[in-house]
Design a protein. Structure first.
Lengths: 283, 415, 314
């Protein structure tokens, strides 16, 4: 395992490590603390310039209450979940198929297709606003969660294919030859050999795609109009208020909105655990 | 013949069609579905709007009103999409040039007749120019804001000044404040628009409304002597250090704490500054309108008006007009405006708040009004102009270069 | 693996009895399979991404406001762009973003290695490091602007505590871009961190053990044994970081709106500003196309480099 497990080192090293670790954590989450500090105060504090000190009153509960009272946050939450989960599943499937095709089959035009996925990924997506709006309209999906699902699936497939393709390339060809010699069909190979080997990559990818789609604001703005299809990001933006922006509400809402991806990351971490290596499969 | 009597066949079809249309017609009148898109979604106005909608539903049984709330910034993007794709029956929006950007492309319905029908031409008089394009009205004004100096009363007392009435008095007051280690004018220019008030008011006071509106319409040059005079006048307080240092580090909202804490004395802004300040600070803030410079220009004011229009692609225009009439009733309009700490766009409404009364008087006394730099001029010009003002506030010595740049942009945009 | 060898392998299959259908399938499997595999992803991608890109490039030749009629201007938008000094400021800022963003994979890898221990609290710690990636950009941007607030911000408080005048980072034409990049790097490092954690979990224990047996440790072990195994992840992390650095406009929009007076604008923001605020969709499309072209050069080079390396390894 790399690097050397700390448990194997001497006590001073172990203590030293933990010390550095917690200092690093403190520095890293300083902005997060700031957000929490904002979420627990009322707007009056912010307008009086009291950003970091003790709030005049502890307003976290009121802030949350106002968030939920002023808009159907529950519905927005459900919309976000549906769009994100569906997209992640769709992307994982499509990108695995595409990545395997690009990595393991030397067909003519392979580099071109790969370049297409990369290129489509690095376009500044704002410029797609008007054409995509037109296409979604003509598909009859405008202002529905399906608009978001189909667009995000398409867009994230570019990144996901790029990501997975390199992992698949790293898998040795001997595996497939052996399987083919035993009479396995191509799809059996994919499903029973490649996918399990890609598990950490798929886990990492699902977390990343989940996060990108969960946090998307721009496309929700372009493709959705009514509350029935609004995801959480758009709903939170609506908390901004008429003239003055209620940052305390937005902080509280953003913290709540950050929970699902973090929980997902926490849960999928076991797939990142060292030990699931290609070497193990050799036997 | 086929054994079917053709005449009775045709008769049957006719009867069937007649019955069919009878079945459909009342269904249409009954399923009156009204969709409204609005960016007036602060907690107060949201509640007020929802109540008005349900009152309307009660008065018109069989109608259903759906309101889509959005925050102001997102709305600026989404309106450009939904007016083209699936327009609602009513859409709230800014008036002035912002409205004209859409009305001149036929995105809003001509509702000039509505004013005559509802006899609103007089009570909404001062606000009509804002919703007029080429002599026709395309929106109905709902509420307005005036602008002026909000000052910290305690600071003024401490330093010994009274609300100034002329520009010279204002400068003298600022000098006194600076000597007392108080920032005379706080301002946040990071989001660009707070500066507009200074430019607009100075232009109105020095050069009058006609010149100002001509400049907004791109008919006058930014390198004209009169505009140079505005910048020269503005330059004096900037160079004397009367403005908040590093104003572009602060959003307009983040400059408010300085006023609240007494570190700064005055903020040229709108009344919603007050609405969310904590109660103990609220009472400390007073208001005075922009001081006069030249007597003949002193009664021009900056009044920003919001309104609501019917998109030309709306499905239910009849019902939309009915709703407009309902909304325009004094009680409803007043309730809607009050909930947002703004004023209703009717001159015959009784107001209970002192500040509101002061503002209404300003508007009624005004000989003419402009809206706001970024609502009166072409949106692209507004962006370039505002960035120019932001740069000017930080680097007043670059006045000439900035004006040249604005003029070059004006020539290109208003060709 | 050369094609010849693969074909020879398939010949072995003739030994096993199979139906005619299976035989047809096998001889065509080499190119039929990828076709089937790619059908769905490619078609959805082409429809929603590739076609809009082409449409956007097409729009850049018009003068259009996004809703009304469009008029053909050919290369007019591009001429205007290259004559605008703002373009060069944006370009310069893009270079700064690119260079500083390349710190993200480096720092991300360092943190990933640092965190790759099996101490009991590690799962929670990793989740904490992951958080910046999941926070809404708007609130990250705003909180950082409060950090930089010259009167009330943390940096101002610290500066006054040591007797310095607080810097006005967001008002300073020279510092503003760095201030914004700091805010954006916070989530970009978290992104690279996740990628490298996934990569580190796929390391080959045998190779590492062998390296250690050979006496390698510390830097040589890392450079010669670990890093090569991380190549797929490094490739993705770097490419995405480059893309994000050039495409980022969220933070700029939130923190400075491209200011003060355009000094923190990048091409992506200039494009957004032109399309949304100035109602010039054609001009915005031209800026996007230029940005796209710049990225293409980089990506083409990188792709060739990587494919060459992969071929060399075979």
């Amino acid at each position: 395992m790399y690097p050397t497990p700390i448990q194997d080192s001497s006590l001073p090293v172990r203590v030293g490590y933990r010390f550095v670790l917690y200092v690093a954590i403190a520095v890293w989450i300083a902005p997060l603390i700031a957000i929490v500090m904002t979420a627990i105060r009322a707007q009056g504090d912010l307008l009086a310039g009291n950003y970091w000190g003790m709030p005049q009153q502890f307003a976290l509960v009121e802030n949350f209450r106002e968030i939920f009272a002023s808009s159907p946050m529950g519905m927005f939450f459900v919309n976000s979940i549906v769009v994100t989960v569906t997209t992640v599943v769709g992307v994982l499937i499509l990108s695995t198929l595409a990545a395997v095709a690009l990595a393991k089959y030397p067909f003519p035009g392979r580099t071109l297709v790969f370049s297409m996925f990369i290129a489509g990924n690095f376009v500044p997506y704002q410029i797609l606003m008007i054409p995509v709006r037109g296409i979604v309209l003509s598909l009859g999906l405008y202002d529905s969660i399906w608009a978001l699902i189909i667009f995000h699936t398409a867009f994230q497939t570019g990144f996901a294919t790029l990501f997975l393709r390199n992992f698949v390339v790293a898998l040795p060809n001997e595996l497939f030859e052996a399987a083919r010699l035993e009479g396995a069909s191509e799809f059996t190979i994919i499903w029973q050999i490649i996918v399990p080997l890609l598990r950490p990559a798929l886990a990492g990818l699902s977390v990343l795609v989940f996060t990108f789609v969960w946090n998307d604001y721009f496309w929700a703005l372009v493709l959705v109009q009514s509350d029935a299809a609004k995801p959480l990001t758009l709903g939170l933006a609506g908390l901004k208020g008429e003239w003055l922006t209620a940052w305390n509400l937005i902080s509280a809402g953003s913290l709540a909105a950050a929970l699902p991806p973090v929980v997902l990351f926490f849960l999928t971490q076991k797939h990142f655990v060292a030990g699931l290596t290609v070497g193990a499969v050799k036997s | 013949m086929l054994g079917i009597d053709l005449r009775s066949f045709r008769l049957a079809i006719a009867i069937g069609a007649a019955l069919g249309s009878l079945a459909i017609a009342p269904a249409n009148a009954q399923t009156g579905q009204l969709t409204i898109n609005t960016d007036r979604s602060g907690a107060g106005q949201k509640a007020a709007m929802t109540k008005i909608a349900s009152d309307f539903e009660a008065k018109n049984p069989g109608t259903k009103v759906t309101i889509n709330f959005s925050d102001v910034e997102s709305y600026k993007t989404s309106i450009r999409n939904f007016l083209v794709t699936t327009p609602p029956d009513l859409a709230f929006w800014f008036t002035g040039a912002r409205m004209r950007a859409f009305s001149k492309r036929g995105a809003f319905e001509d509702i000039s007749k509505f004013y005559a029908d509802q006899k609103l031409k007089d009570v909404m008089g001062p606000f009509l120019p804002a919703v007029t394009d080429s002599g026709k009205q395309f929106m109905m004004p709902t509420n307005f804001t005036t602008w002026g100096f909000f000052y910290n009363k305690e600071v003024f007392e401490r330093v010994g000044i009274a609300p100034p009435k002329t520009w010279d008095e204002l400068m003298a007051a600022a000098a006194k404040l600076k000597a007392a280690n108080v920032i005379p004018f706080t301002i946040g220019t990071r989001d660009l628009w707070a500066n507009d008030l200074w430019f607009d008011y100075l232009d109105l006071r020095l050069n009058g409304l006609d010149f100002h509106m001509a400049l907004m319409d791109g008919k006058e040059s930014y390198t004209d002597e009169r505009v140079k005079k505005v910048f020269a006048t503005w330059q004096q307080p900037i160079e004397k250090g009367y403005f908040l240092e590093n104003a572009s580090s602060y959003g307009w909202q983040e400059a408010i704490p300085l006023l609240a804490q007494g570190k700064a004395a005055m903020y040229l802004l709108g009344p919603y500054v007050l609405t969310s300040l904590p109660a103990d600070v609220h009472g400390k803030i007073g208001f005075f309108p922009f001081p006069g410079i030249d007597a003949k220009n002193n009664s021009f004011e900056e009044v920003s008006i919001n309104g609501v229009g019917i998109p030309s692609g709306a499905k239910n225009k009849e019902l939309a007009l009915k709703f407009l009439a309902f909304l325009a009733q004094p009680d409803n309009l007043a309730a809607f405006a009050k909930a947002g700490a703004v004023l209703p766009a009717r001159t015959d409404v009784a107001l209970d708040d002192q500040l509101s009364q002061v503002q209404m008087k300003l508007v009624q006394a005004a000989k003419g009004t402009s809206q706001f730099y970024d609502r009166d001029t072409d949106p692209e010009m507004a962006q370039i102009g505002m960035k120019g003002f932001q740069e000017f506030l930080a680097n007043p010595q670059r006045a000439e270069a900035i004006l040249e740049r604005l003029e070059a942009a004006r020539k290109r945009i208003f060709k | 693996m050369s094609e010849k060898t693969e074909m020879a392998d398939y010949a072995d299959l003739a030994v096993v009895p199979r139906t005619r259908m299976q035989r047809v399938w096998e001889t065509r499997a080499v190119w039929l399979t990828p076709l089937l595999l790619l059908a769905a992803p490619v078609s959805i991608f082409v429809l929603l991404i590739v076609i809009p890109i082409i449409q956007s490039i097409w729009i850049s030749f018009y003068d259009w406001d996004g809703t009304g009629p469009a008029s053909w201007v050919g290369l007019g938008n591009y001429a205007e762009l290259f004559a605008d000094p703002q373009f060069y400021v944006s370009l310069k800022n893009n270079v700064i973003w690119l260079l500083l963003f390349l710190l993200a994979p480096v720092v991300g890898l360092a943190i990933a290695v640092f965190l790759n221990q099996t101490l009991p609290e590690m799962r929670l710690v990793k989740s904490i490091f992951f958080i910046p990636l999941v926070l809404a950009h708007v609130i990250i941007g705003v909180v950082f602007t409060w950090f930089y607030d010259p009167t009330f911000g943390i940096i101002a408080i610290l500066a006054r505590a040591v007797g310095m005048t607080p810097p006005a980072i967001l008002s300073n034409e020279h510092l503003v871009t760095f201030g914004i990049i700091a805010a954006a790097l916070w989530s970009q490092i978290a992104f690279c961190l996740v990628l490298f954690l996934a990569g580190l979990s796929q390391l080959d224990d045998d190779l590492i053990a062998a390296g250690r047996l050979d006496g390698a440790s510390g830097w040589p072990l890392f450079y010669y044994v670990v890093l090569p195994q991380l190549r797929p992840v490094t490739f993705v992390a770097t490419i995405i970081t480059v893309i994000m650095s050039l495409r980022n406009f969220d933070m700029i929009a939130i923190m400075t709106q491209g200011g003060p007076y355009g000094s923190s604008t990048v091409l992506a923001y200039q494009m957004f500003d032109a399309t949304i605020f100035s109602y010039r969709a054609g001009y915005g499309a031209a800026i996007a196309t230029v940005l796209f072209a710049i990225m293409s050069v980089y990506i083409a080079w990188f792709l060739r480099y990587t494919l060459k390396q992969e071929a060399a390894e075979r």
